[in-house]
Design a protein around this ligand. Sequence first.
Ligand code: GLV
Ligand code: MN
Ligand code: MN
Length: 412
Amino acid sequence: MNLTIDRERLVSEIEALGKISEAEPPVVTRIVFTQADLRARARVTAKCKEAGLEVRQDAVGNTFARWKGSDATAPTVGTGSHIDAIPNAGKYDGVVGVLCGLEAIRTLQKAGFHPKRSIELLIFTSEEPTRFGVGCLGSRMLSGVLSPEAAAKLRDVNGESLEEVRRSAGFEGDLRSVKLAAGHYHAFVELHIEQGPLLEREKIQLGIVERIAAPASANIILEGAGGHAGGVLMPDRRDALCAAAKLILEVEKAARSTGAADTVATVGICEVFPGAVNSIPSRVRLSLDVRDTDLARRDGVMSEIARSCEAISQERGVSIKAELLNADAPADCAPKVVQALTDSCRKHKLSYLPMVSRAYHDSLFVSRIAPTGMLFIPCLHGYSHRPDEYASPDDIARGTLVLAETLAKLAG
Ligand code: GLV
Ligand code: MN
Ligand code: MN
């Protein structure tokens, strides 16, 4: 089979999608269920229909574009990713997984390939946690990791429920129908930018993921006492921000203390109330994100942070409450998907690196219900979640070629 990727079409579609943003391009901000997200979905869905794919959307907005195989009842081969983007992001995170997936299907069609199993392109809803505080909302639900009851209780940053927001975005239906039937997928493979510098640094063309790290995340609320910045003397203070500052450094220390490169911890949000120069902070909200490829080690760091909360609370007379949002287990990629990706790299004499994914992805949750693998393409300086995120047309095309071949092999 002679596969020729239409790289001009693919790159121009990535560029066009990047312009659908709540911020001024090249900045991409595309929060789930906003007008920008809905316009981007409509654009990709129209392209899928042009390619002859049958499109369906579930109650939470996960979108499935199906290329029917000759055995319509056989378990399906899936590919895809997300098109939502965090504030101030770039145009490749998630998007390459969707648009390279579509291009891989079109390339196979053009080459005259007829799959036995159906091949399904997925656009997952809200891989990013920006709006509802929990990442991979769509894939968590379709894999059954997040129950419909728990999902219905989620509220966004403005207090609106997932139930209200998804319905006003046009996604009706019962959330209980989102979970896929067991055995729906024969295999799943997601192409993604690496979001780290290793491929570029080692001058290696592709990354084949063997293990996906998993996050635990929490909101931490610190409550002390406010007051006048001039009037309240230092010995009498219970400053919530000073306690938070100490806690943030303890978070960093706990992650470093494992000595493992795979342990990382981040406090990415610090909201201070009332937030006035001459007022002592009475309340602080911190976000906490701790990740590892080793579950016990990750949970050890979480316990260490809990001990620090207790100690700082005692020492400073500030109450500290942590609300755990999720604590997911890492995943191993499936040998049959890893093998199919490896075979394709070897066939085309492409260099590849077995890798760990330190970012999480929808694949982490799909792996709970299907043999799953991931293919990484390099990105400039490893930049991601920033507007200057970049992947070259050559790398995008190479990844698409390997993805297309892998889908063909898995679909039979
Ligand atoms: C996904 O975007 C992540 O934070 O790993
Ligand atoms: Mn991301
Ligand atoms: Mn992503």
